[in-house]
Write a protein that binds this ligand. Sequence first.
Ligand SMILES: [Zn+2]
Length: 670
Amino acid sequence: MKSTLRMIFSIAALFGGIAAAQPLTEGKFTPFPRSGWSFAESTHHFDVRHYRIDLDLPMNSGAMTAHCRVELIARHDHFDTFSLHFVNLVCDSVRRDGNPCTFTTGSGRLLIDLDREFSNGESLAVDIYYRRNAGTQNRGFYYYARGTQGIPYAICYSTTEPSDARYWFPGFDEPWDKAERGCQVNITTPDTMSGCANGTLDSVTVSGGRRTCWWTHRYPISTYLVTFAASRWARFTQWYHPAPGESMPIINFMWPGDSSRAVNAFRNVPEMLEFFSDSSRYGPYPFATEKYGHVVAYPFQWGGMENQTLTMVHRYWITNGNDNGIAHELSHHWWGDMVTCLDWRNIWLNEGFATYSDELFTCHQQGLSSFYTLIRSRARDYFSEESTDTHPIYAPPSGHEFDWGHSYCKGAWVQHMLRYVIGDTVWDRPGVFFSALRAYGESLKYRNASTADYQRICERVSGLDLSWFFDEWVYSYGYPVYTVGWQSVPAGDSWELVIDLSQNNMSGAPAIFHMPVEVRVLFNGTDTIIRYPVSTNPQRNRFRFALEPTGIEFDPNEWLLDVHTVNTGIASDQAGSPLPPIPELRITSLTRAPVKIEYALPQTSPLELTVFDPAGRVCARLRSGNHEPGRFSIVWNGTDAAGRPLPAGVYLVRLSTPEATRVARLTLLD
Ligand SMILES: [Zn+2]
C-alpha cells in the first residue's frame, strides 16, 4: 500500500521496475570509465544529428505504421554499415537517398547495410519504414482503449526512460548521443483526436478523416526525452514572461473533463519558471524559444516524466495536485534535459538535482520549516532504503538507477551538503553553490555530463578540493553515524568546552566522513554556532568561552545527512589513546603596553602567534614556524610590524598549531 501511494505522490517509484527488466547497455556500447569523459560524441562510430518520426495511429488498437528519418555523420572511413536500437517493431524497408538498403533485425537491433561507403565526417540520412503490430506488449509505446479502467478516450503515448525509446522508433538509444539538430514528430490520428510532442506545433493538416499534427523541436535532445501523446485533447495555455515584453507559452493537454482541475493543478507553473530561471539560481529556461507544457497520461506507471518541453504527468497530479512533482519535472529541463547525465551511472545528476529543486521551491513557497520537514522525510526514506539496498549513488547496480532513496533523496542531500561545504548558507541570498550550478549548466549546455565534470566545475568555482566530498558521498555508500559527547569545565577566568565526536558508520561505508560539523553552544540566555573540521575518528576538540556552556545542539541547521546522538559527559580516555595535548595561551586582558604573553606548547609543532584587530586585520606577528615544547613568555610592546604603536582598543591574540587554536582578548589601554 505504501509503495502504491508513494508512486502516486512522488517521483518515488517512478522508474523502479523498468530498469530492472533490461540491462542498460548492450553489445559493444560498454559504459564509460569513471572520469575523463566530458563530451560524449564520437564515442561510437557515428553521430546522430536529427530524428524525424512520422506516426500513423489508428487509435483503435496499439498498432502503428511509421517512418523514421535518421540524419547522422559517419565517424570513421569506410562507413558502410551501422545499427540502431529497435525492439518489438517490424521493419519493412530502409532507403538511403531513395536507394534501397538491405537490413536485418534481431537482438534489439536494426542492422543497416548502406548502398555505398561513407568517409569520416560525411553526412547521410536513412529512411526507415516500420510498424508496430496490434497486440504488442505495452512498453515504451503505450496504448489504452476507451472504456478500459474508466478511460474516457483512447490514448496512445510514449514514455521511455531509461532505454525504451527503441520500442517506438529506431535510434541510437543511449543518453550520450544527442540529436544536435533536434527532432520532428508528426502524429496522424483520426480527426476527432490530436497528437502533441516536443517543441512547437508548426501546422495541422486534416484530410480524409485524418488529422496530422506537425511538431518540431530544434534543440539537442537525447532519445529518452523524445515523446508523443495522442488522444482527444483539450488544451489550455498559460504564459511565462522571461523578460518584459517577452512571452513563452506553457501549453497543457488533458482530457476535456479534466480541464478545470488542470487549470488549478498547473496554476503555479509560471511562478516555478520564474523561480528557477532567476539569474541568481539556474538562469534562463533552456528552451525558451519554443514552449514548456504538460500532457496527462493515464494509466501511467510513473508520477511524471520530464520529456523535453512536454512533461508527462499522471492524471492523479491533475485531480489532486502535486506542486513538488510539477516543480521537479520542470527543473529537469535544466538538469536532465539541458545537461543530461552521460550514462545511467550518473543518474543522480538528473534526479538528485531535480529533487533538490523541488525542495527549494517548497522552501520558496512554504518557508523553511516546510523545507526541513520535507528533507527530513527524504533522509528517512534514504536511511531505510540503504539498510536493505546498500549502494553508492554513483553507478548504482543495474536495475537500481531509479531507487527513490538513493538517486532522488540522497542525491538531493548531496546537493544540500555541497552547498554547505562550499559555503553558500544564507537562505535568501543564493551564492557560490548556485554560481557553480550555473557554470555547470553553461559549460555543458545541451550536452552530457558526468559526475567528474560536476566535481571539476564545483572545484573551479569554489576554489576548494572536493575530492574527499565526492569520494565519501557519491562514490561510496552510507552516511555518518555520530556519537557526540560534551562537557564544560572551568579554565581560569573562562570555560573550556570539550566535544568528543566519534563515528560508528555502517560496514563498508567510509570510516570517517570528513564533513565539517556545526555545533550550537548554549549559554544562559544566549548561544553561538561553531563550525569545525573533522579529520580523525574519534576526535576531541576544545573551545574556550567567557561564559559557561550549558548545553549543545549538534548540526542545528540540518546540513548533514547523518544520524547522531548527543550525550552529556565525555570519556576520560578515547579508544585507549591519551587525551590530545593542547597548547595554552595566557595574557592579562586589560593592560597597557608592554604586554606579557605566556604560552605553553606540549610538543614540537609548527606555531603561529599573531595579534589581530577586531576586523580581522593582522597587526603583529610575534612567532611563527616550528617551535619546541615548553612554557614561554614574551613581551610585546604594543607596536605593529613597522614598529608604530597601535592605538588603544580591543585586540585578539591568537596562538595556533595544527592541533588547536587559542584566542585571547586584549584591551590595550592608553
Ligand atoms: Zn526526476
